[in-house]
Design a protein around this ligand. Sequence first.
Ligand SMILES: Nc1ncnc2c1ncn2[C@@H]1O[C@H](COP(=O)(O)OP(=O)(O)OP(=O)(O)O)[C@@H](O)[C@H]1O
Ligand SMILES: [Mg+2]
Length: 247
Amino acid sequence: MSTIVSLRGVKKQFNGFEALRGVNLDVESGEIVVVLGPSGAGKSTMLRTINYLIQPDDGEVFFEGQNLSTVTPGELRRIRAKIGFVFQHFNLFSHLNALDNVAIGRVKVKGESWDDARKEAMKYLEKVGMANKAYNYPSQLSGGQKQRVAIARALAMEPDVLLFDEPTSALDPSLVGEVLKVMKNLALEGRTMIVVTHEMGFAKSVATRIVYMENGIVVEESSPQQFFTFPESNEARNFISSILERI
Ligand SMILES: Nc1ncnc2c1ncn2[C@@H]1O[C@H](COP(=O)(O)OP(=O)(O)OP(=O)(O)O)[C@@H](O)[C@H]1O
Ligand SMILES: [Mg+2]
């Protein structure tokens, strides 16, 4: 196994507020890390430091052994192409159909022709069960379908790691399952994934490790079995009982 992502003492302030207060995290190839924690814990901020969408004020981010603070802008672009990011709000181009939304990254970043990129893109749409909607524009897709296209778009770049930031929390509850199913299949393929989610069923059954964050730090890291049955920290215990109260 090799280390894909390594955060060392990562800190980030926004207008004097410490969103990250020294985050340490290592993610090995093939791991499915689910990040849990209350709103404002710093989960999205942490995820965005991994591809340097957010640059830390202090600490270091390593991607496959490279310290991102020392790479050139060109190297950073190449590294970012290896990091697939799936957002809560899909961020598809509204003027492109599903196929071209998936193909465009290969054209712009990998320099492929549109013809070749579309051929590859179709394979990824098939993978997420969306080939039959390849020529629909985002406005002609449901939320779950849009998110599956967004996942295909990330996969089309052949990334080494996939980052998900609450990929199902903007969806109608009836559409959550189809997206989680695609994510489960990716996990079964052995892809490296870091997933911020409130889907506890997914966390329990798919994660190889739970990372629990609160107030800008990682409070606890453990296996799902350990986390959901014998959480070590008071913070995680309170978090789990607050969830149990809601169901
Ligand atoms: N661009 C920004 N400017 C100012 N404050 C920010 C910014 N981004 C995040 N914050 C603050 O940093 C803290 C952590 O935010 P973050 O979005 O990382 O939390 P989160 O754990 O993802 O929460 P949620 O579960 O609600 O998505 C919050 O208090 C938030 O208000
Ligand atoms: Mg967030």
